[in-house]
Design a binder for this molecule. Structure first.
Ligand SMILES: C[S@@+](CC[C@H](N)C(=O)[O-])C[C@H]1O[C@@H](n2cnc3c(N)ncnc32)[C@H](O)[C@@H]1O
Length: 524
């Protein structure tokens, strides 16, 4: 199906786009309202949901329900309803520029799709057009937007392969400047429109094959979601999906080039489905991530390949299922033919390394945990691995502290006389609770107060009249484990630390740590 002409939309002025978004806001078309109607699950089931969506919208019979139907559910509304939504002047404008269309019998539909992310409106294509259709924010984009918006303030950010500009919009508040690039001119146009729609001024958009038009520029943050669906030449998949034969055609190129475009301490977040063939995911990172960077892979369990094929084939088919069977079996056969062992939703965090040992590491995360991770917890995970990769001397020279938000629980098991301390890391560190004994807890208290780990070990040795060497030897694995679990975090001085929001001065539990140190009696 041919894509609707976009040239008319490019003639609309910023003021007119703002009038459009103001109107949607005043009608109450919010992210929360849309979510209440989209709650029934993902795209594969869209056609099956439609009758009940229509029923729910009819029950409401409100202007916001009609606006949702027209702009977000690809359903027709009457001429009169369109005019009550937009008013006469705006309706005529949207009709003239090709945003709205009529069937000549009094029914109006939208040629474009509208999504809402972080309270920004995003105009994008209906994905069933295939070809050069431009993807708006769906569930994967939502994860990436949330993560990138929570990494902290940066100077220059890059939204690589920006689609409709969702990530650029999410980056705009945390970056002084954002550059958004895409190889698809239609994506560049829609991103420009969406910036005007949301009155965003600090994003520059460029049509570029990967990094071509940002050569020589160093970014503090790069955000990328490549097209990642394994696709044979015969499948003619849409550009936003087509990850080449193995699914990682763009991914591998980007991972190799990314270090060159990161500033000192710069971070890249790449969200993808990772195809696994004969090598392990860590071996894959070792082979693909370019020199001069560390990489942490957050990897989810393998997806069901049948479900995967259903999901992506239904994206292309939308409501017309005529050639669905051919598409879905063709896709499934392709995965079989290329010898794919598994496919995993994954986030790859790459950080620029300026000296010392490069490392690659991975953490398994349940898919439900995407919602728990934050950009700042990823920075902490990187800082911990960084420190451990530097070796024992660096660790001893580093101040360590309790992670902010850590909870410690004093557990007195009835069958034992010894006290156990249960440590629960902040939720976004994704780790299980861990147990330590009372002497270990006392050591941690000393560590959290000391200017560096070495001083803490010496102080503790004096206190218990023991040997510092023995204390270190007995506890080094424990400390490494607690760092990995996010119980302890490295807090560096002003010089060269990656973790800038240190908490050395304040007790990790705040002033009321005693009240959080709960007594519990576990009856075994
Ligand atoms: C999966 S979509 C992601 C879109 C958007 N970043 C998001 O998260 O919603 C991948 C995007 O990469 C773009 N793309 C594909 N190949 C590219 C290339 N060689 N250089 C730049 N962009 C490319 C596609 O046009 C598409 O917009």
């Amino acid at each position: 199906m041919p894509l609707p002409d976009i040239s008319g939309l490019l003639r609309i002025t910023s003021e007119q786009w703002r009038a459009f978004s103001d109107r949607l806001r005043s009608i109450g078309l919010s992210q929360q309202y849309a979510a209440s109607l989209q709650r029934l699950g993902g795209r594969p089931w869209q056609a099956l949901q439609e009758p009940l969506l229509v029923w729910n919208l009819n029950q409401q019979d409100s202007l916001s329900a009609k606006t949702f139907a027209l702009l977000m559910a690809n359903l027709p509304v009457s001429q009169n309803d369109a005019r009550s939504i937009f008013g006469h002047a705006l309706t005529d404008l949207l009709y003239d520029c090709g945003f709205l269309t009529t069937d000549g019998q009094g029914w109006i539909t939208s040629n474009f799709d509208l999504r809402i992310i972080d309270d920004c409106y995003v105009i994008c294509d209906h994905l069933f057009h295939g070809g050069d259709a431009v993807m708006g924010p769906g569930s994967t984009t939502g994860v990436l937007c949330r993560l990138s918006a929570s990494v902290g303030q940066v100077d220059l950010a890059l939204d690589l392969g920006c689609g409709a500009g969702s990530n650029a919009l999410a980056l705009s508040p945390i970056a002084n400047k954002v550059i958004a690039t895409d190889i698809n001119p239609r994506a560049v146009s829609l991103t420009k429109i969406n910036l005007q729609l949301n009155d965003v001024q600090n994003v520059e958009v460029r049509e570029s094959n990967l990094f071509d038009l940002v050569r020589g520029t160093k970014f503090d943050l790069i955000v990328h979601q490549p097209p990642f669906v394994p696709t044979s030449n015969a499948m003619c998949a849409a550009m936003f999906l087509n990850g080449g034969e193995h699914g990682d055609g763009i991914l591998a190129q980007v991972l190799f080039q990314i270090p060159e475009y990161l500033s000192t301490n710069g971070l890249a977040l790449v969200l993808t489905d990772l195809p696994v063939f004969d090598e392990s995911p860590i071996e894959y990172l070792q082979r693909t991530v370019g020199p001069g960077a560390d990489a942490l892979l957050l990897i989810c369990p393998a997806m069901d390949m049948d479900e995967y094929c259903i999901r992506y084939s239904s994206v292309e088919c939308a409501m017309q299922f005529e050639d669905y069977d051919k598409r879905v079996t063709g896709r499934r056969e392709h995965l079989e033919k290329i010898g794919l062992k598994s496919l995993h939703p994954a986030l790859i965090a790459v950080q620029k390394r300026c000296s010392g040992t490069e490392w690659r590491d991975s953490i398994s995360v349940p898919i439900s945990s995407w919602q728990r991770i934050s950009g700042s917890s990823i920075r902490t995970m990187l800082a911990v691995r960084d420190l451990l990769a530097e070796g024992l001397d660096a660790l001893l020279a580093s101040p360590l502290n309790f992670a902010p938000g850590l909870t410690a629980l004093k557990a007195v098991y009835s069958s034992e006389t010894a006290t156990t301390i249960v440590l629960m890391s902040p939720d976004d560190m994704l780790s299980e609770p861990t147990e330590i004994n009372l002497p270990q807890w006392e050591l941690l208290q000393v560590i959290a107060e000391a200017p560096k780990l070495l001083t803490a070990i010496q102080e503790y040795a004096e206190r218990i009249q023991g040997s510092a060497d023995a204390i270190l030897k007995d506890n080094i694995n424990l400390l490494a484990r607690l760092l990995h679990l996010g119980v302890l975090i490295p807090v560096r001085g002003a010089s060269g630390g990656r973790l800038t929001n240190g908490h050395k001065e304040e007790n990790a539990f705040g002033d009321d740590w005693k009240s959080r140190f709960i007594r519990a009696n576990y009856k075994l």
